[in-house]
Design a protein around this ligand. Structure first.
Ligand code: MSP
Length: 473
């Protein structure tokens, strides 16, 4: 691999991001940082951004008494400040309201229309504004979308333009089965394949009479369907940044609920546009909070800013990435954040560093830092997108380093000048372990990693994870 392009979904600009959005974004950030350290910053491109068109946004703007444009413009700084509080190192913040995106999308669909991949027909069925997606009757449960039970799906009969999705389905299946397009985890790949092999229909890609969106270039009375338009951001962003040679994407991350759009519809749109397919599309699971779906109605939405204020950016990144195996659903329990902070971060890691730096000082021992250190289990985990396992591997080293010190008791050795060689060996080994820990942590907890290296080199011990302000999450 000589280039790495990683993307998050572009999040709906109808509300500020919560911890679920932060999860995907932090995960992508870890991958971007990891690959920058291997390939150099100029060979990595990391996209995140916002999906700003469509009915969901237009409705939210109306509720706020604003025009859609005012509304999204007012919300974007919140997104950007949350990502900056979490130390997200995105290379672009892509907004679908950028004029370049608008023109790119029109050009792309114009081509598809010219080559007869788009036709006009009548659509009849249901539409869920929450998903911004059409629903078949079989997808509804008791007449409601299972993901948005509080919203009544709208019954629609309208003239739409359709994309010949079914024409490209065999090629998409072939790409997935031959692993030209990796869809992960495997269980979700099978779900996508089963659905592609089942009954599929062409996709409506326009709507009449919705003004907030990209208008269909050959018919001003229609607006392009927000999903079709939004997916193209992964290409339009590169074009905007003058980085088109980064396509195809190396890894596209998302939550499981939108894998179908990314592993089926998106590849079909790319094939129609004669573009290479992404190499890897990975869907992680969904967080529940103390066993419940996160929702405003339940009142259990976790605000990432509050977490950062209370615990710091690195601890927040640690909570998110260590909470569940990457790729499976899981529960995060805010009630356990304090304990995790105290045990894993302040005690296991923080005390190890403080102890070693203090002992080195007392023994008046200087260890030469190693030039380039890498932490093999982290490299393996990140190549395989097993993000939580990389962290586990680091904490295995942390705990074994602590254990080695308990066994060797350098503080005893220090009282016995004749055992100086032994002392040197023990403390040098601990120093090397910390170097490896810092290397492994660099993509995950970047500030912590730098502070470990700085303290090892300066000999000045300071708490890595200070006592927290009291918690009331
Ligand atoms: N705008 C579309 C994506 C278009 S991409 C071309 C969209 N936006 S969204 O705001 O709803 O964000 C969805 C993403 O947020 C999920 O794919 C996932 O990355 C993240 N999450 C939202 N809630 C989540 C959880 N409860 N748990 C984990 N992640 C979830 O869909």
């Amino acid at each position: 691999m000589d280039r790495f392009y990683v993307t998050t979904p572009i999040y709906y600009a109808n509300d500020q991001p919560h911890v679920g959005h932060a999860y995907t974004t932090v995960a992508a950030d870890v991958l971007a940082r990891f690959w920058r350290s291997r390939l150099g910053a100029e060979r990595v491109f990391f996209l995140t951004g916002t999906d700003e068109h469509g009915q969901k946004i237009a409705d939210a703007a109306t509720r706020a008494g604003q025009s859609p444009r005012e509304f999204v413009d007012g919300l974007i700084p919140t997104f950007q400040s949350i990502w900056s509080a979490l130390n997200i190192s995105n290379d672009i913040f892509m907004r679908t309201t950028e004029s370049e995106h608008y023109e790119f999308v029109q050009g792309y669909f114009e081509q598809l229309h010219k080559q007869d991949d788009i036709y006009r027909d009548t659509y009849e069925g249901f539409y869920c504004v929450g998903c911004e997606a059409y629903k078949t009757e079989t997808e509804l449960v008791d007449g409601h979308c299972p993901d948005h039970p509080n919203l009544a799906p709208e019954r629609r009969k309208e003239e739409n333009y359709f994309f010949r999705f079914t024409k490209y389905v065999p090629a998409v299946i072939e790409a997935i089965e031959s692993s030209q397009l990796l869809v992960e985890p495997a269980s979700r790949r099978n779900e996508v394949l089963a659905r592609l092999k089942g009954e599929v229909r062409d996709i409506s890609i326009s709507r009449p009479g919705l003004n907030w969106g990209v208008s269909v270039p050959w018919d001003q009375d229609h607006t392009l369907y927000v999903w079709g338009e939004a997916l193209l951001n992964y290409l339009s962003a590169l074009s905007l940044a003058g980085k088109s040679d980064f396509w195809p994407a190396s890894v596209q991350l998302m939550g499981k609920e939108i894998l179908w759009f990314h592993a089926a519809i998106w590849p079909a749109l790319l094939l129609a546009g004669n573009k290479p397919l992404p190499q890897r599309v990975f869907a992680h699971g969904w967080f529940t909070v103390d066993g419940q779906k996160m929702s405003k109605t339940v009142g259990n939405v976790i605000d990432p800013v509050q977490l950062v204020e209370q615990y710091g950016a690195d601890a927040t990144r640690y909570f998110l990435l260590s909470a569940v195996p990457f790729g499976t659903d899981g529960d995060i329990q805010p009630s356990r954040f304090d304990a995790t902070y105290d045990t894993d971060l302040a005690n296991d890691l923080g005390n190890l560093l403080q102890r070693v730096v203090t002992l080195l000082g007392r023994a008046e021992l200087t260890v030469e830092p190693q030039g380039s250190v890498s932490c093999t289990p982290v490299v393996e985990a990140l190549e395989a997108l097993r993000l939580d396992e990389g962290l586990k591997a680091i904490w295995t080293i942390v705990r074994s380093a602590n254990k080695d010190l308990e066994t060797a008791k350098p503080w005893e050795l220090m009282k016995q000048p004749e055992r100086r060689d032994e002392l040197t060996k023990v403390l040098t080994a601990a120093y090397r372990q910390l170097e490896s820990i810092a290397a492994g942590l660099a993509p995950y907890l970047p500030e912590t990693s730098e502070r470990i290296v700085a303290q090892l080199q300066s000999g000045k011990a300071e708490p890595l994870f200070p006592r927290r302000a009291s918690s009331d999450l």
